[in-house]
Design a protein around this ligand. Structure first.
Ligand SMILES: CC(C)(COP(=O)(O)OP(=O)(O)OC[C@H]1O[C@@H](n2cnc3c(N)ncnc32)[C@H](O)[C@@H]1OP(=O)(O)O)[C@@H](O)C(=O)NCCC(=O)NCCS
Length: 288
């Protein structure tokens, strides 16, 4: 099941006040310093959104609502985020001390808005009395996995999951220069965007943005980011009269090298929220 949340600076305006104490950060997170104010705001809004998502997810799945400062959002060496719980309450599914939640978490921020998603790697019920080690994700068998929309719960996409890895991305819809397509898009993607632009420039911008966002979501699910050439991934979107306001599938195709390196099945979804395109890419890894 995928859970997601979108937040803006209006949801946490204290981020804009540089010296405001942020009680929702854990002690370790409060130590973090930044050279650039923009980076501080982005990071904080991403943490705020991820913590609220994790809190709602735990409330929905376990009935417990930990304080935001008891939820820690960390980053692995590759930059990919994870969520842990400081275990003060000794919840039944967590040992004391800092423990990772058995979820794949993804964060994106852009222009004062943040979008986060998470998918269970195993059910919290399955997690009881087990330890989840970094790089050693022991997985329960998957069941149904609709996207559970914590904001408006009515989406019915389902598939069984095995070793899921989620990437989420948020992009402002805006025109992008011709060079952008040549540098980052596959021939198939360029052809689709140019054909649509000839008919409708605004829709061409939406497709360009959604395609770019889809690629970034895939790169996050792979935990590689832009270390991988974006032209090794093709995102294929169905024709649309109006851009979707609900989660709508798109197709993810990776080149043979990536398919061999990261074996598994891809799913992608996209939607429009105001000025932004949102995408999620899910890799259900094949057990090795
Ligand atoms: C991942 C990447 C494509 C996202 O860039 P972006 O679209 O400009 O920014 P977004 O706001 O959409 O996403 C940023 C978030 O992606 C996440 N992220 C970073 N690296 C990631 C990775 N390798 N895999 C998955 N997610 C990653 C982080 O949570 C980050 O937010 P945070 O640093 O505030 O926690 C880009 O950061 C990248 O390519 N990084 C390359 C890998 C790298 O150099 N990592 C730094 C090592 S510390």
């Amino acid at each position: 099941m995928i859970h997601w949340l979108l937040q803006s600076l209006d949801d946490c305006p204290e981020i804009l006040r540089r010296d405001a104490p942020l009680a929702w950060l854990s002690p370790a997170e409060q130590q973090r310093t930044f050279k650039a104010e923009k980076r501080r705001r982005d990071w904080l809004l991403g943490r705020w959104t991820a913590k609220n998502l994790v809190q709602r997810y735990l409330a929905q799945t376990t009935g417990e609502t930990p304080a935001l400062d008891a939820i820690f959002i960390g980053a692995d060496a590759d930059g990919a985020p994870y969520a842990s719980w400081e275990g003060r309450g000794a919840a039944p599914y967590m040992a004391r001390g800092e423990e990772r939640l058995p979820v794949s978490l993804s964060i994106s921020h852009s222009y004062g808005t943040a979008f986060c998603g998470l998918v269970e790697i195993m059910g919290l019920g399955d997690y009881e009395n087990r330890r989840l080690e970094i790089g050693d994700w022991r997985l329960g068998s998957g069941t149904q996995s609709p996207i559970s929309n914590l904001q408006s719960p009515n989406l019915s996409i389902s598939q069984s999951l095995n070793r899921p890895s989620l990437g989420c991305d948020l992009e402002l819809i805006e025109p992008r220069e011709g060079n952008f397509l040549d540098n980052f898009f596959t021939v198939e993607e360029m052809t689709a965007v140019r054909a649509l632009r000839e008919r409708d420039v605004a829709q061409g911008d939406i497709l360009t943005t959604a395609t770019w966002s889809g690629k970034e979501a895939v790169l996050k699910a792979l935990r590689e980011g832009l270390r991988i050439d974006t032209r090794r991934i093709t995102c294929r979107f169905d024709a649309f009269d109006a851009p979707p306001q609900e989660w709508t599938p798109f197709t993810v195709i990776v080149d043979d090298g990536l398919a061999a390196q990261f074996p598994g099945a891809w799913s992608g979804w996209w939607r429009i929220e105001g000025r932004f395109a949102l995408t999620m890419a899910l890799l259900e890894e094949t057990a090795l």
